[in-house]
Design a protein around this ligand. Structure first.
Ligand SMILES: NC(=O)c1ccc[n+]([C@@H]2O[C@H](COP(=O)([O-])OP(=O)(O)OC[C@H]3O[C@@H](n4cnc5c(N)ncnc54)[C@H](OP(=O)(O)O)[C@@H]3O)[C@@H](O)[C@H]2O)c1
Length: 371
C-alpha cells in the first residue's frame, strides 16, 4: 500500500475465483470492508484498509484497520491482535498486502513471519511501488486469492484512494440539503435549518470521513459557516478536515468564521474546480466534501468532477429561492445529467439519497470518461 501515483500494469491473478471463497471468508471480507470504512478520513494519503485474521479452523481471532500515516497497516494490526493463533490461518484483507518498505515494513513479510497459510484479497495493489505482495507471499508458499468481492471494496472505502491513483485528483462528494422543490435557501437568503437534527448530525459524520471541505465565497458570505466537525455532544472533533474557500476575487472578510483557527483553512484563488483539486491533491487530500452553493456545484458538475452526491431532502416547499444546482447548460431532457441511486435512508423527518453520476452534461459520456 502506498500513496504513489504510478499505476501498475494489470496482472492476471493466479487464483481469481471468488466462487472458491467459503461463507466464513465472505463474512470476514464484509467485516474487513466495515473496518476500512470506519477509518475513512484518518489515513490520507494512505488507503483505508480493513483486515481480519481467521485461525486454522476459520474462526476470527484478530482484526485491524490502517492507522494514521507512519503507523502500522491493517494486516499488521490484525496480526498483533491474533498473536500465535494466526499460525496456519487465513488473512482476509481489502487491499493486496504491500511488499515495500515505506514508513513501515512490508506487510507481506509480516504475514510470512506470522505463518499465515492463505491470504484472501479484494483489490489487487494498483501501484508499482507497493506491488508484488501477492507474488512474495506465493513465493513463500502462501495460497493467495486476488479479486475476491473486488467491486464492493473498490466502490467502498477504497474509492477515494483509487481515484487518486487512477486520475491523480481527489474524489469529490457533493453534499446538499434541499426542500422537496429543490431549494437550498429561501427567497430572503436564509438557509439554516432546512433539515432536522439527525440530518445535520449526519453532515458532521460525513465531514469526518473527508480530508477537506470546500465552499465558494457565495456560501461563505451568505451563511458564514464554521465548517468544522463536531461530535454528538457539539464539541469540536480532535481531527478536523482542511477548510477550503474558493475565493478567486479575494472577497472573504478576515472576520469569517472559517478563519477562526478551530481547524486549518486554505483560501484558494484557483480559477477552476480542476485547478483547485490539483492544489488539494498536492496537499495529500484524497476525499473532498463539496458543500458550496449552487454556483460551485454546477461548476464541478459541468467539469465532470463530482464522484458521489449526498442529498438531504426536507419534506418542505418554498416555491422560491436558490436552486439545488446552478445552470448546467442543459436545455433538452435527453441531455439531462443522470445519476444512479446508491441508497436511500431516513434521517429523522428527512431523507438522505446517495447517488453516483452515470453520465455528464450533454455529451452522454460516462463519468469515468472524464475528470
Ligand atoms: N442548503 C445547502 O445545502 C446549501 C449549501 C451551500 C450553500 N447554500 C446556499 O447557497 C447560497 C449561495 O450560493 P452560491 O452559489 O453563491 O454559493 P457558492 O457556490 O458557495 O459560491 C459561489 C461563488 O464562489 C466563487 N467562486 C470561486 N471560484 C469559482 C469557480 N471556479 N466557479 C464558480 N464560482 C467560483 C464565485 O465568487 P467570485 O465571483 O467572487 O469568485 C461564486 O460567486 C446561499 O443562500 C447559501 O445559503 C445552501
Amino acid at each position: 500500500m502506498s500513496n504513489t501515483a504510478s499505476e501498475r500494469p494489470a496482472v492476471t491473478p493466479a487464483h481469481e475465483s471468488s466462487a472458491a471463497t467459503p461463507a466464513h471468508e465472505s463474512s470476514a471480507m464484509a467485516r474487513a470492508r466495515e473496518l476500512g470504512a470506519a477509518v475513512l478520513g484518518t489515513t490520507h494519503p494512505n488507503p483505508p484498509v480493513g483486515a481480519v485474521v481467521l485461525d486454522a479452523a476459520g474462526v476470527p481471532v484478530g482484526e485491524g484497520a490502517t492507522t494514521p500515516p507512519g503507523g502500522p497497516h491493517a494486516e499488521v494490526v490484525a496480526l498483533a491482535r491474533a498473536g500465535e493463533r494466526a499460525r496456519g490461518g487465513t488473512v482476509v484483507v481489502t487491499l493486496e498486502p504491500c511488499a515495500h518498505t515505506g514508513r513501515t515494513g512490508p506487510c507481506a513479510d509480516a504475514l510470512l513471519a506470522a505463518g499465515i497459510a492463505r491470504v484472501v484479497v479484494a483489490v489487487p495493489e494498483p501501484t508499482e511501488l507497493a506491488g508484488g505482495g501477492a507474488q512474495r507471499l506465493r513465493d513463500g508458499g502462501v495460497e493467495v486469492l486476488l479479486g475476491v468481492e473486488e467491486a464492493e471494496a473498490a466502490d467502498g472505502a477504497l474509492a477515494a484512494w483509487l481515484t487518486g491513483i487512477r486520475r491523480h485528483r481527489p474524489f469529490v462528494v457533493w453534499k446538499v440539503a434541499g426542500t422537496l422543490d429543490g431549494r437550498v435557501a429561501a427567497a430572503d437568503g436564509s438557509s439554516r435549518w432546512i433539515t432536522g437534527p439527525e440530518a445535520r448530525a449526519a453532515v458532521h459524520r460525513l465531514r469526518a470521513t473527508c480530508d477537506a471541505v470546500v465552499v465558494g465565497t457565495g456560501t461563505a458570505l451568505a451563511d458564514d459557516p464554521q465548517l468544522t466537525v463536531r461530535d454528538a455532544d457539539g464539541a469540536d472533533a480532535a481531527r478536523q478536515p482542511l477548510r477550503v474557500v474558493m475565493d478567486r476575487r479575494g472577497r472573504l472578510p478576515g472576520t469569517a468564521r472559517v478563519l477562526d483557527g478551530a481547524a486549518p483553512t486554505h483560501v484558494s484563488a484557483a480559477p477552476s474546480p480542476r485547478e483547485l483539486l490539483a492544489e488539494l491533491f498536492t496537499r495529500d487530500v484524497r476525499r473532498v466534501l463539496l458543500e458550496g452553493g449552487p454556483t460551485l456545484a454546477a461548476a464541478f458538475l459541468r467539469d465532470g468532477l463530482v464522484d458521489e452526491v449526498v442529498v438531504h431532502l426536507a419534506p418542505k416547499l418554498l416555491g422560491a429561492g436558490a436552486p439545488l444546482v446552478g445552470d448546467l447548460g442543459i436545455s433538452a431532457i435527453d441531455d439531462a445529467l443522470t445519476l444512479d441511486v446508491v441508497d436511500v435512508t431516513r434521517l429523522g423527518g428527512d431523507v438522505q439519497v446517495r447517488l453516483r453520476p452515470t453520465r455528464h452534461t450533454g455529451a452522454g459520456r460516462p463519468a469515468d470518461g472524464r475528470g
